[in-house]
Design a protein around this ligand. Structure first.
Ligand code: C5P
Length: 317
């Protein structure tokens, strides 16, 4: 006999890009200290969490992709970061992770836009709402930081300065909306591999130049001047991503040739993002870049947008 299952709670959770990403040396725990400026973009995954009752719905993860999003590499078992996040929350709440998680992905997979972290943040918020846990945003942020370096920012959203592994966040004043073109590659890059490649490049005599100080980036964000911000976009992981995937040079050049103010590899790549002088310019750049054959798909997006939020359902009883 089938048992009744309550309605799902659905959360929308944004992709991130790094406007500035300064990577320090390798720490003893295998991580690198970062100084980074995150911005949440208007490309979002939808995460729903449904109560799973024995005999009715098997606990676990179901994955689907929005148009053009290849989800074949996303795990649909307990290794998915979203599942690990729900398990961590269940442990904290001293209960069973008796849920089914649905991921509808618009964020590129293994693209350097923290899609997996976004799903973990979405699942945390959705499960906390479904279970009516009273742990506040701070409690969730704490668990998020344990689950992965970018999970806390996906909850936070907006524009923020991240330090530590990237999980310690301070909001940043960002006066206007910035318009971006996102160039998605036809393959992914593994984050640990890209960090490892940077360590390798830095051990050579001709080590890549490091990005500058973060303060001018914060000033450009406060001024809302896209042209000022464009001059300051920088990512220490870019040299490593390009070293592993030299074709990214063509993508980066293609966006600027198409009229973007500047382009940068997003996080550990291979997604490249291009800052444009307004929405109309972004649409023009996207159209031209799409025709240039230097990436798989092209998206127009804007930021900052809010972090994870419940868009449907409140958990029921
Ligand atoms: O924290 P998360 O699981 O997202 O990190 C994935 C991998 O990326 C880590 O295992 C590490 O190799 C690398 N990483 C790093 N320094 C950071 C964040 C991530 O070296 N600050």
């Amino acid at each position: 006999m089938l048992s009744a299952v309550g309605p799902p709670v659905t959360v929308r959770v944004p992709a991130k890009i790094n406007l500035h990403l300064a990577v320090g040396d390798l720490r003893d725990d295998g991580y690198h200290d970062l100084v980074t400026v995150f911005q949440a973009l208007s490309i979002a995954d939808e995460v729903s969490v449904t109560r799973a009752v024995r005999d009715a719905i098997e606990p676990g993860v179901t994955v689907s992709g929005a148009d053009g999003v290849d989800v074949s590499e996303v795990p649909d078992d307990t290794t998915n970061l979203a599942w690990r996040a729900v398990e961590a929350l269940a442990r904290r709440a001293d209960r069973q992770p008796d849920v089914r998680i649905g991921l509808h992905k618009a964020i590129p997979v293994a693209g350097g836009m923290a899609g997996g972290s976004a799903d973990a943040a979405g699942a945390l918020l959705a499960a906390a709402s479904l279970w009516r846990l009273d742990m506040g945003r701070e409690g969730l942020m704490e668990i998020a930081a344990e689950v992965g370096s970018d999970v806390a920012f996906a909850l936070h959203g907006g524009t923020a300065l991240g330090t530590g592994r990237g999980e310690r966040l301070v909001p940043v004043l960002s006066r206007h909306t910035f318009h971006w073109v996102v160039a998605v590659a036809d393959h992914g890059l593994s984050t640990p591999t890209v960090f490892g490649e940077l360590d390798r490049l830095r051990a050579r005599p001709e080590a890549p130049r490091r990005v500058g100080d973060v303060e001018p980036v914060l000033e450009a964000l406060a001024s809302g001047e896209a042209r000022s911000l464009a001059l300051l976009l920088g990512n220490d992981l870019q040299a490593a991503a390009v070293s592993l995937d030299p074709g990214l040079r063509r993508t980066l050049r293609g966006g600027v040739d198409a009229g973007a103010l500047a382009g940068v590899v997003s996080g550990s790549g291979p997604t490249c993002v291009f800052l444009c002088d307004g929405h109309d310019a972004a649409v023009r750049v996207a159209a031209e870049l799409a025709g240039a054959g230097v990436c798989r798909t092209v998206r127009v997006a804007h930021g900052p947008v809010p972090g994870a939020r419940v868009v449907d359902g409140d958990g029921g009883s």
